[in-house]
Design a protein around this ligand. Structure first.
Ligand code: ATP
Ligand code: MG
Length: 433
C-alpha cells in the first residue's frame, strides 16, 4: 500500500520554504498597519449564494471553478474562491460601518478554485488582500494601489508593471457594452469559443481573452475611455494625477476590465515580466456596487488581492529562504544530564533565548556536528560529570572559546549571556535577511 499523496493543485508549504511566507506576511503586516489597516479573518467556507451574488454567476470563478458541496445539514457550502465577498458579508453582518469614516481591512489565507494546475496556478492558493470600504474618493483608489506597490517594493521586487483602466459607472458601461456587442457581432465566428459564449453574457470579458485571433480582433474594439461620462472621467483623471504625484508609474490598458455591474471606475493589475504565463501578482479595483448587491446600503469601496504563490516564485529568484537558527544548542548525554538539559532549555527559552535541544542521545561528536549545522552561536554541553556538579560547558561555536560554569551562574547572568550572543551574531552571517 502506497502512502497517501496531496490532491492535484495543492501543495505542502514545507519548513525550508516557510521563511518566505513569514517574511511576506511580516512586511505586509508592517506596511498595512502603518496605514491603519486591521486584519479580519472570515471563515474559509460560506453559503454558496454569497459567492454567486458577490462574484457573479456569469464569471469563470462561479461558473466553473468553485468547490461547492452539500454538507450534512443539507446546506450548499462553498470553499471561498476569493476574499472580498466574505469580508463584505462580515462588514454587513457585524455592522462595521465606521462612524462617518472608512473601514480599512486586510486579510490573508487560502483560497480554492478548481482550475488546471500549472506553475503559479493551484487549486488551493493563498492571497493577501485589502479592502477599503466607505469612500468613493479617488485618494482611496490611490492609497490602495500605493500600498500594494509599497509591499512589493519592500520585498525587493523589481521589473513590476502597473496597468490601470476605468470601467466607468453602470450607465457608462451599458453604452459601452452595446458598442462592444455591435463591434464583435460581425466577427462572431472568428472569436474563441469562450468569447463567443461571453458575447451575450459578459462581452467586456472578451477583451482579456488570451486567444491569438481574439486578441487581434480586440485591437480595434471600441475603447472604454471614450464611453466614460463626465463624473467617471473626472474620477479617473484624479486617480492618474495622484499616482503621478506619488511618483508611481502606470500604463493605461483599455483591455483591463471586470465584467460585472458592481465593479466601477478604477481597475488595476500589477504584473511581473519574470513570471511567464501567470504574470499577474496583484489584481484589484473599485467595487462601488458590491455592498448594496450583498444587501447593504449604497457603500463605495476599493480593494485588491496579491497572489502569494506567484509572489514567492519571484522572491525565490531574489534571495534564499530566511532560515531559523538557534542562539544556543544543547548537547547532552547520560540520563541525569539529559534531564538537566531539558530543564535548562526551558529556563533559557523563558528568558527569551532561542534554544534547540538535541534529543538524539547519540555520541557527543555527532551532536556537535548537528550543532554546527544548526547555525547556533553557542553550545551548552552536559555530560555525567557536569550533571553531577550542576555545571555546564559553554562553547562558542564562532570563536571556539570555551568555559565551564555552574548552571546557576549561567541562569543568573542571562543579560550578559544575551549580550554575548548578540555580539557573536554580528560577526557571523547566519541570517540572510
Ligand atoms: P488569472 O487571470 O491569473 O486567473 P484572476 O483574475 O482569476 O487571475 P484574481 O481573482 O484577480 O485573479 O486574484 C488575484 C490574484 O490571485 C491573481 O492576480 C493571482 O496572483 C492570484 N491567483 C488567482 N488564481 C490563482 C490560482 N489558481 N493559483 C494561484 N494564484 C492565483
Ligand atoms: Mg482566474
Amino acid at each position: 500500500m502506497g502512502t497517501i499523496q496531496t490532491l492535484p493543485g495543492t501543495k505542502d508549504i514545507l519548513p525550508e520554504e516557510i521563511g518566505y511566507w513569514q517574511y511576506v506576511e511580516t512586511i505586509a503586516t508592517q506596511i498595512l498597519s502603518r496605514a491603519m489597516y486591521q486584519e479580519i479573518r472570515p471563515p474559509i467556507f460560506e453559503q454558496t449564494s454569497l459567492f454567486e451574488r458577490g462574484i457573479g454567476e456569469g464569471t469563470d470563478v462561479v461558473g466553473k471553478e468553485m468547490y461547492t458541496f452539500t454538507d450534512r445539514g443539507d446546506r450548499s457550502v462553498t470553499l471561498r474562491p476569493e476574499g472580498t465577498a466574505g469580508v463584505v458579508r462580515a462588514f454587513l453582518q457585524n455592522n462595521l460601518y465606521a462612524a462617518g469614516g472608512v473601514q480599512r481591512l486586510w486579510y490573508c489565507g487560502p483560497m480554492f478554485r478548481y482550475e488546471r494546475p500549472q506553475a503559479g496556478r493551484q487549486r488551493q492558493f493563498h492571497q493577501i488582500g485589502l479592502e477599503l470600504i466607505g469612500t468613493g474618493d479617488p485618494r482611496a483608489d490611490v492609497e490602495a494601489i500605493a500600498l500594494a506597490t509599497d509591499i512589493l517594493k519592500a520585498l525587493g521586487l523589481q521589473s513590476l508593471k502597473l496597468d490601470i483602466n476605468s470601467v466607468g459607472d453602470r450607465s457608462d458601461r451599458q453604452q459601452y457594452r452595446e458598442a462592444l456587442v455591435n463591434y464583435f457581432l460581425p466577427y462572431k465566428d472568428e472569436l474563441d469559443p469562450d468569447s463567443q459564449d461571453r458575447l451575450e453574457r459578459n462581452p467586456l470579458r472578451i477583451l482579456d481573452s488570451k486567444d491569438q485571433r481574439t486578441k487581434e480582433i480586440n485591437q480595434n474594439a471600441p475603447n472604454i475611455l471614450q464611453y466614460l461620462g463626465k463624473e467617471s472621467h473626472k474620477h479617473f483623471e484624479q486617480v492618474q494625477q495622484l499616482l503621478t504625484d506619488l511618483g508611481i508609474e502606470y500604463h493605461l490598458n483599455p483591455c483591463l476590465v471586470r465584467g460585472l455591474d458592481y465593479y466601477t471606475h478604477t481597475a488595476f493589475e500589477i504584473q511581473s515580466d519574470d513570471l511567464g504565463a501567470q504574470a499577474t501578482v496583484c489584481g484589484g479595483g473599485r467595487y462601488d456596487g458590491l455592498v448594496a448587491e450583498l444587501g447593504g446600503g449604497q457603500t463605495p469601496a476599493v480593494g485588491w488581492a496579491i497572489g502569494m504563490e506567484r509572489l514567492i516564485i519571484l522572491l525565490k529568484q531574489l534571495k534564499t529562504s530566511p532560515q531559523m537558527s538557534p542562539d544556543l544548542y544543547i548537547v547532552s548525554r547520560g540520563e541525569a544530564a539529559e534531564a538537566q538539559g531539558l530543564i535548562l532549555a526551558q529556563k533559557l527559552r523563558f528568558e527569551g533565548l532561542t534554544v534547540e535541544l538535541d534529543m538524539s542521545g547519540s555520541a557527543f561528536g555527532k551532536q556537535f556536528k548537528r550543532a554546527d549545522r544548526s547555525g547556533a552561536i553557542a553550545c551548552l554541553v552536559l555530560g555525567d560529570e557536569e550533571a553531577e556538579n550542576k555545571m555546564v560547558q559553554l562553547k562558542w561555536l564562532t570563536t571556539k572559546e570555551q568555559e565551564q560554569l555552574t548552571q546557576e551562574k549561567l541562569l543568573n547572568n542571562i543579560g550578559e549571556l544575551k549580550e554575548q550572543v548578540d555580539r557573536h551574531k554580528k560577526t557571523t552571517t547566519h541570517s540572510t535577511q
